[in-house]
Design a protein around this ligand. Structure first.
Ligand code: AFP
Length: 342
């Protein structure tokens, strides 16, 4: 028997897959391909540190010194610097913006600018790091709006419908990169032995039958009557024929990833007046890129009234209520929320 031929599953690296997708577009210049490749490389570097996060030298304040007399960086700062340094000099980007930075991040004047814009949340859920809970990186790629020269705030303030690509990396029991360029959602698992992301989840579709709802139930007293009733509906007062199970990690990428694969809804609603009057999550760094993935996987994301992807951003750090996951569940949330405003 020819053992070699008995293995029918192809091994596809992320590089090969990204390149393969590009060949469907003869006009493509390869810039987006290389940008995604750089993000995969950033992910490998960040993953190599998250797996060592329990070690004392990684934890602690940003200005502490480790035993080698070097300045210790917290993991979220490290992730931020890694993505920036991987992308500041390539000539592919006009400008960047990060959840960790107040303003836009210009490309240094000694480097060329390019046609894309990168927005990212370098390490989402970072308050979970000290407890060995999964965290993630989220990225969003747009085409610049301005024609040339340094990119501007206007280039960053684009609605999700204009996204060229988006994705996330989850640093969990394994590291996965999940992305879409508008041709479905594809997931790659990092094989740490060979240092490659290998295609493990081609063409992810949110399952028809949902399993989970995910929300910080501790905040229930602060929710509007519509969100309260919606939650009861998810808990069994419905025509789904089953009560959904509650799963909540408190790390958006991990909660979204689980529901993407298992079916379900994640929501972080508005909480009346005060600091969370518009919820907690950021439109540009969290909601819009994940909404793009949700729609590409057959799901949906809404602020309770309109698609997240249709919201015109007015500020870099704008917050938005988020309902995301299986389409029927998110549409049901809209029904409950709209009914409270009539
Ligand atoms: P941190 O980055 O401060 O850990 O916040 C994580 C997050 O932005 C998102 O990943 C979670 O879904 C959400 O906040 C959890 O918020 P609550 O702790 O209020 O439930």
């Amino acid at each position: 028997m020819d053992i070699g031929r008995s293995f029918t599953t192809k091994i596809v690296t992320i590089e090969r897959y990204i390149l393969g997708q590009q060949t469907g577009f003869p006009e493509a210049t390869g810039v987006l391909t290389n940008l995604l490749y750089d993000l995969a490389l950033s992910a490998k570097i960040i993953a190599s540190h998250t797996t060592r996060a329990g070690l004392a030298e990684i934890l602690g304040s940003t200005d502490e010194e480790n035993t080698h007399g070097e300045t210790v960086q917290k993991l979220d700062v490290f992730a931020e610097r890694t993505i920036y340094r991987m992308n500041d000099h390539t000539g592919r980007l006009a400008v960047m913006a990060s959840e960790e930075e107040e303003g836009i991040i210009p490309i240094p004047p000694n480097y060329p600018t390019g046609k894309y814009v990168l927005l990212y949340d370098p390490l989402d859920g970072s308050s979970n790091i000290d407890y060995n809970v999964s965290v993630g990186t989220i990225f969003a790629i747009y085409r610049r709006k301005t024609v040339d020269g340094p990119g501007t705030l206007e280039d960053c303030l684009q609605k999700g419908r204009s996204l060229v690509a988006a994705g996330y990396i989850i640093y969990g029991s394994s590291t996965m990169m999940v992305y879409s360029t508008g041709q479905g959602v594809h997931g790659f698992t990092l094989d740490p032995r060979v240092g490659e992301f290998l295609l493990s989840h081609p063409d992810i579709r949110i399952p028809e039958k949902p399993k989970y709802y995910s929300v910080n139930q501790g905040y229930q007293p602060r929710w509007s009557p519509g969100v309260q009733r919606y939650t009861q509906w998810l808990q069994g007062d419905n025509d789904l024929g089953m009560a959904l199970s509650l799963r909540y990690i408190g790390s958006l990428v991990a909660d979204f990833h689980r529901n993407l694969l298992a079916g379900g809804v994640f929501y972080y609603p508005a909480e009346g007046v005060g600091a969370k009057a518009k919820g907690k999550l950021r439109l540009l760094y969290e909601a819009a890129p994940l909404a793009f993935l949700a729609e590409q996987a057959g799901g949906y994301a809404s602020d309770g009234y309109q698609p997240i992807l249709d919201i015109e951003p007015t500020g870099l750090h704008q917050r938005v209520p988020l309902f995301i996951g299986s389409r029927t569940l998110v549409e049901q949330a809209e029904t409950y929320l709209r009914s409270e405003s009539v």
